[in-house]
Write a protein that binds this ligand. Sequence first.
Ligand code: M6R
Length: 605
Amino acid sequence: MCGIFGCTSSRLSVSTVIYESLKRLEYRGYDSVGLATTHNGSIYLKKDQGRIREVEENLHLSFLPGRCGIGHTRWATHGAPSKENAHPVTDCNGMLALVHNGVIENYLELKDQLQKLGHRMRSRTDSEVIAHLIEMHVKQGLPLDEAVRRTLLLLKGSYAIAAIFASDEDTIICARMESPLVIGLSPNFVCCSSDIPALPKEVEKIIVVENGEIVVIRPHTIIIKSLETGQELPLKVTLREEMTGDADIGGFTHYMLKEIHEQPQVALNVIKAPAKFVTQLAEKLVKAERVYLIGCGTSYHACIFGSHVLRFLAKIDSFPLIASEFDYCNASLDAKTVVLALSQSGETMDVLSALKRLQDLGIEVLALTNVMGSSITRLASAYLGLYAGPEIGVAATKTFTAQLLMLARVAVEASNIKGENVDYAKRIEEFLRQSPSAIKSSISSNVRRAQELSVKMSLKDHAFFLARGVNVATALEGALKLKEVSYVHAEGYPAGESKHGPIALVEEDYPCVFICPQDETYDKVIGNIMEMKARGAFIVSCIEEGDKEVKEISDFSFVLPSVEVKMLTPVLHVLPLQLLAYYTAVARGFDPDKPRNLAKSVTVP
Ligand code: M6R
């Protein structure tokens, strides 16, 4: 979490470029922001706690002088959000400024050593030790890049850093270990950034910095060195990839709403995605004796869906696992095990840590991600993109849909390879072809309904989301969406489990949202609805067109197009729940794009 950006130019004043890029990085963290530049032999620095626009209004970050600078948008790990703990951090004499994304695990030990040497720490961050260590090495007479390199060799943990120096006005030194970092090249400037969508439009070429690389950037030169040996490495420059979407908000009030409405296009992108990558993944999965799908948050919910579809369609033994629990669950791992990791960002530390351990054990790792060039793509032996375009809203919406559709494509391919359930697979293919229009009508016909229900939901403290079978994934996702953006406490549960405890919470008018397609779970879910109804619950249902029975026993219904392949109902049934979460957050006066305490990519364990 945290976003870093740096820019150096021979002709432009860079603070506006940095400020604009930080706005695009703000989804990575938004509790504090800061910017520093070099000018006339000094470091100029402004930073504070708060959202970027508020801090800009008060401090005018974008007015700092100079042609070289760095910026940071923070999601606090070490040290509460405050002016002191905001980045950039500096050395004792303000001769260098540094921004950091990641966690330095041995910072307490290093801090102690530095304090004994007389260094004065101003913050409670782990990051500040890096600035003081560089200062210490510079004082020993080392050139700047060597001082940074020696410093980084002392660190344990993860980092993407960028530093500027009063003594070398046009130079940025940046480096990467686990946390993402890219270099952007444009005719007017060179920059470094935590991700590609944040790069200014003028950037035409990109260098993805690899783990263990240190980069010295000047307006007309880029030098990459190995952190371990200090030896210069070749530059691997690629053209900026055509993005399948854009990071502009368009005419929408929030990114979350824009991204919900982008889902028909995302479905089209998924079905048009090159078949060879889908086949490559499917071929590896069918050879496995067991497959674990691992992910966090929304991606974990997609793992639940994916395991159902792979088990049902292709008869592959598949199990969903929460990535952060992987270490402790003693899963059977052998040469016949394959792990399919799901991560929108491709940077989630819990997922990456599990993958690294799996790699060490020689287990084959595959990945499904929205960000090409992300860390997960480098750890996997094969990966598949989601083609959803940049997702800026912190709550995952369109990427969840892309995950479901892509997993369905993979399962269809696997079932064709194995010759299992081939007819059903054909019908799924037909559903996939229809999915852009089915998604479009599911959204448009439920916007007004979601707005109506959001008025009531915004006054509630709690809600249940209940379903059986594959739609447990939908229930969990509906609950996660509502709680993370509107702060209404919501629990997703398998409906059958609700009577084993959760039902004790139900009282008059308690909202219970049931996902109730006409599949093999239908009758039992009706039973669960009746149990809740008997206790006074306010019943909301997501039903298929023509379902009079559940409509009659519900207080409120979202109606979705009827789907022949019931296994794919989550693709449509989750849509009104995304809308409900969005409108409830807005009705409660919250910004759904930047929920409190969250960040888009969680790069800490
Ligand atoms: O980038 P990832 O898919 O690995 O992210 C996983 C979770 O952090 C993410 O899904 C999170 O739960 C979102 N806030 C959900 O909306």
